[in-house]
Design a protein around this ligand. Structure first.
Ligand code: MV4
Length: 504
């Protein structure tokens, strides 16, 4: 790989990758859609090329055009970021065929982990525990699945082999309802992935979602960077991640066992570069391999904050064939990091996406605060891509300090022009269950409501008046959203005392 990298992505992750390249002295090439002409990643890169119309399939999914641009601009490497082409084995192969370094794993590793049934079979052979379910890599017919189901036991889950991230999943409570659910799952999988193949897993209720970050170089060195707790999600969209996990806590033995198992899963597919092993963890701390994400993840910064490893720089070094700069013994978790995903969506209206121009914005700064964003005042949030505006990441010596810092940062953060989920995160930070770490993957959808969280809160007429003035002043119908200052009835010190009592 030469000294020029094309970033085949947009938004905050494209900016994040450009920053790593800059620090490494690498030239950068951005690509953009018609909707992203004025995007930050286009401004930050040394060169930028238009891909095509706004829809992803006409722009960021055009692997052929992207490889052409890489060849024309003389970029020797392509970083795919996450989403779009990041987990397409055919794209990774096409890069190799064009003599371009794909900054990620080998096509065979992507393919082996992309087929979820194959992934289960492969890691099982390597001694990695998986959730009980169907075995082997072949496709199973409905009659075969119906015969196996009672052995696995109900409730169970039908999952798409080509799936991941919850798409095409169906919960099955009894054999009677299973044929119809199989049909529906196959149809959804066929429509989403062009592959109607499914497999079965026992449903693990009330489990946590904990994942391990992996780094592997081309010299056989594979290490893990500890865990991330990702249980706080809504409809399979993660909203908040932290590292370490409160649930793993000071159980160093569990942490090292999970890490060792994750390393084994990566070795099973000859993994290279950065990747993540997802586990489901039950209340008795048993953990089971769920799937492997063969890419850089949205939430990688929390791991960077506690380990001090720049994962993106390490990805680039690894792709250049360098030896990893770390050994397992040199990796230590220091303190606590929390990431809130700031989305352009309305938490008071079922989280529907909010589009429009960001007219004003003030970013939180100061000690222990990092904001990864791809937008700025004047930028228009379009409906074509995901609703992620930014990632607000804080670091603290302890979880309590990180939570207080996150509250402070959320108060400082002002975004006007689109609605955001900042009020959701503020309510979450005030939630006693969150403070006490008492949550699993059902928490946001089943035990949390904005209305309940805000019951009894004062109404602030001054803020309402300022907001009305602002809106009128801008002569726009677009909704403005002012984040209310934290006027809590207790000081942070009192709150910390309470939190510490909760911990006993
Ligand atoms: C599961 C599960 C329970 N039991 N598998 C959702 C996304 C995909 N990565 C796998 N998912 C799940 N698989 C078994 N056998 C529960 C989920 C799940 C979930 C997992 C992680 C985080 C949030 C979740 C929300 C709902 C369901």
């Amino acid at each position: 790989m030469n000294n020029k990298v094309l970033i085949a992505n947009r938004g905050e992750i494209a900016v994040r990758i450009i920053r790593a390249c800059r620090e490494l002295g690498i030239q950068t090439v951005a690509v953009f859609s018609e909707a992203d002409r004025h995007a930050l990643h286009v401004r930050y890169a040394d060169e930028a090329y238009l891909l095509g119309p706004a829809p992803s399939r006409d722009s960021y999914l055009r692997g052929d055009k992207i490889i052409d641009i890489a060849l024309k601009s003389g970029a020797g490497g392509i970083h795919p970021g996450y989403g779009f082409l990041a987990e397409r084995a055919d794209f990774a192969q096409a890069c190799a065929d064009a003599n371009i370094t794909f900054i990620g794993p080998k096509p065979s590793s992507i393919a082996a982990m992309g087929d979820k049934a194959m992934a289960r079979a492969t890691v099982t052979r390597a001694g990695v525990p998986v959730v009980p379910g169907t075995e082997g890599e072949g496709s199973l017919r409905d009659d075969e699945l119906l015969a196996i189901a009672p052995e696995i036991g109900f409730p169970l889950l039908i999952k798409a082999t080509a799936g991941g991230g919850g798409k095409g999943m169906r919960e099955v409570r009894s054999l009677e309802e299973m044929p119809a659910l199989l049909h529906a799952a196959r149809r959804e999988a066929e429509a989403s992935f062009g592959d109607g193949n499914v497999y079965l897993e026992k449903l693990m209720e009330g489990a946590r979602h904990i994942e391990i970050q992996i780094l592997a170089d081309h010299h056989g060195n594979v290490i893990h960077l500890g865990e991330r707790e990702c249980s706080l999600q809504r409809r399979h969209q993660k909203l908040l991640e932290e590292s370490p996990s409160f649930f793993v806590g000071d159980d160093e033995d569990m942490r090292q066992r999970m890490g060792a198992v994750a390393v084994r899963a990566a070795l099973a597919v000859g993994y290279e570069n950065a990747g993540t092993i997802e586990f489901l963890v039950d209340k008795d701390k048993n953990f089971f391999f769920l799937e492997m994400n063969t890419r850089l993840q949205v939430e990688h910064p929390v791991t960077e904050m506690v380990t001090g490893v720049d994962i993106v720089k390490e990805q680039i070094r690894i792709a250049r064939g360098r030896q990893m700069r770390y050994t397992q013994e040199s990796i230590h978790q220091n303190g606590w990091a929390i990431e809130c995903r700031i989305n352009a969506e309305d938490p008071y209206n079922n989280f529907i996406p909010s589009t429009g121009r960001i007219t004003h914005s003030l970013l939180p700064t100061g000690p222990g605060v990092r904001v990864d964003t791809g937008v700025y005042p004047g930028f228009e949030i379009s409906p074509y891509y995901d609703s992620l505006i930014s990632k607000l990441i804080v670091w603290g010596e302890t979880r309590a300090e990180a939570i207080l810092r996150m509250r402070r940062s959320l108060e400082e953060y002002k975004i006007v022009g689109v609605r955001t989920n900042i009020p959701f995160h503020q309510n979450l930070m005030d939630s006693h269950r969150f403070m006490g770490g008492q949550f699993d993957t059902r928490f946001v959808e089943e035990r949390f409501s904005m209305e309940a969280a805000e019951e009894g809160k004062e109404i602030h007429p001054e803020i309402a008046a300022i907001m009305a003035t602002l809106v009128a002043h801008q002569q726009t119908q677009r909704a403005a959203h002012i984040i209310q200052r934290g006027e809590r009835d207790t000081s942070n010190w009192k709150w910390l005392g309470r939190w510490e009592r909760l911990q006993r």
